[in-house]
Design a protein around this ligand. Structure first.
Ligand SMILES: Nc1ncnc2c1ncn2[C@@H]1O[C@H](COP(=O)(O)OP(=O)(O)OP(=O)(O)O)[C@@H](O)[C@H]1O
Length: 372
């Protein structure tokens, strides 16, 4: 079922009687929806869908969603610069690029996301954030929360509990913000640390901040209480019903074309390939036969692919033919461990059957892959 009313069953039958295609235009003035999915790509696709399809002149929308562990980078960011990609792979944490600008944030089920959709003319980030603060204060008047001029919400004057980003289309706009309730702060800080040194790019850098969870301040709070309070405040300000309607982002009858949008957000070309051009100038400290070899590596990476590659190996370390084969095949390939592994393994198969050479080759490849 694509639609369910969470709060008031009286409301449910009239929604269900309405053909799903008409659902979006039936509730006059405004709509509060919540995703039943915790998949970051599906939820970001819902944002795209509403932005592209809804007549926001007729009704504004508040979309509530939560994701299982994910790192979400801004539209113009560099994932290698912003997070620890190896750790994400090890911990099975998803990486997503959103369509809005801004910095990198960590999501898990202890983090709530709110998206405010309006026409471009009515887009007003500060009003939305004030609404969130008002809802929090209505719930717990003693909370010391305020909005900064960077559009963050701070708790106790110094701890960030909410980050903001926005997408402005020609006629429609949305503003989304996070709300840290009970997220894993240890994972948050460890995944948002890039091990990369020597990376140069014009990508938008994040602005790291001290963070705190709202539930650390008040252990009696729950996510449901917060969502409810925010929905109530939104409904009051927009003079609409405060019911939250659950939607399923996999429901093609409710959201025609949504699965294509979801798939696009999952592609390597979107997540990594949209990274602004960057260069790496680093040194691989390879331990070989009890001594450390410093191997300088310079690469230019465009659209996530290696454009220029230079590996400063000691003379005679690899046969010259093999070295040039390596550089040739690296050039143009994706800057990603799977592709590089496949490529060097293929080269290894054709290189001379020499144990010494094989172990040097493997060492170089392991170190190269560790970079990614
Ligand atoms: N879920 C989260 N909610 C609030 N803050 C977070 C969250 N995850 C990480 N942070 C903190 O926010 C920092 C990133 O903030 P930054 O201001 O760069 O991005 P933003 O808040 O998404 O958007 P913008 O750049 O538009 O303000 C992280 O380095 C971390 O300190």
């Amino acid at each position: 079922m694509g639609l369910q009313s969470v709060k008031n069953c009286l409301w449910l039958p009239c929604v269900l009687r309405t053909p799903k295609a008409c659902f979006w235009s039936t509730a006059g003035g405004g709509l509060i929806i919540q995703s039943v999915s915790n998949d970051v790509y599906q939820n970001l696709a819902v944002e795209d869908w509403i932005h592209d399809h809804m007549d926001l002149e007729k009704q504004q929308v508040l979309f509530l969603w939560r994701n299982s562990p994910a790192v979400v980078i801004g539209r113009h960011q560099n994932p290698w610069q912003e997070c620890n990609l190896r750790l994400l792979r090890q911990k099975n944490i998803k990486l997503a690029r959103r369509r809005s600008g801004g910095g990198t944030v960590y999501h898990d089920l202890g983090n709530i996301n709110l998206t405010f959709f309006t026409t471009r003319k009515k887009y007003e980030r500060m009003e939305n954030l004030k609404l969130v603060v008002k809802a929090l204060k209505a719930l717990r008047p003693q909370l010391d929360v305020h909005v900064t001029d960077r559009y963050d919400i701070l708790l106790d004057r110094q701890y960030k509990i909410s980050g903001t980003a926005a997408k402005l289309g020609r006629t429609s706009a949305y503003h989304h913000c996070t709300l840290l309730c009970n997220a894993d702060k240890f994972v948050l800080s460890s995944v948002l640390k890039s091990p990369f040194k020597g990376l140069k790019s014009n990508a938008t850098p994040s602005v790291p901040a001290l963070v705190k969870n709202l539930f650390e301040e008040d252990t009696s709070l729950t996510s449901e209480m917060l969502l409810d309070a925010i929905a109530k405040e939104y409904a009051m300000q927009h003079q609409i019903d405060h019911h939250i309607t659950l939607i399923n982002p996999a429901d093609e009858t409710l959201l025609p074309g949504i699965s294509d949008k979801t798939k696009e957000l999952q592609t390597w070309e979107w997540v990594y390939g949209k990274t602004p051009k960057f260069s790496i100038s680093t040194c691989l400290n390879m331990v070989y036969k009890d001594s450390v070899l410093d191997v300088k590596v310079n690469m230019d990476v465009k659209h996530g692919r290696i454009e220029v590659c230079n590996i400063d190996l000691p003379e005679q370390w690899l046969p010259p033919g093999l070295y040039s084969e390596l550089v040739k095949s690296l050039t143009g390939s994706k800057f990603c461990p799977n592709e590089i592994t496949a490529l060097v393994t293929a080269l290894l198969r054709v290189c001379p059957q020499d144990d010494e050479l094989h172990s040097r080759w493997s060492l170089l490849c392991e170190n190269m892959i560790r970079l990614m």
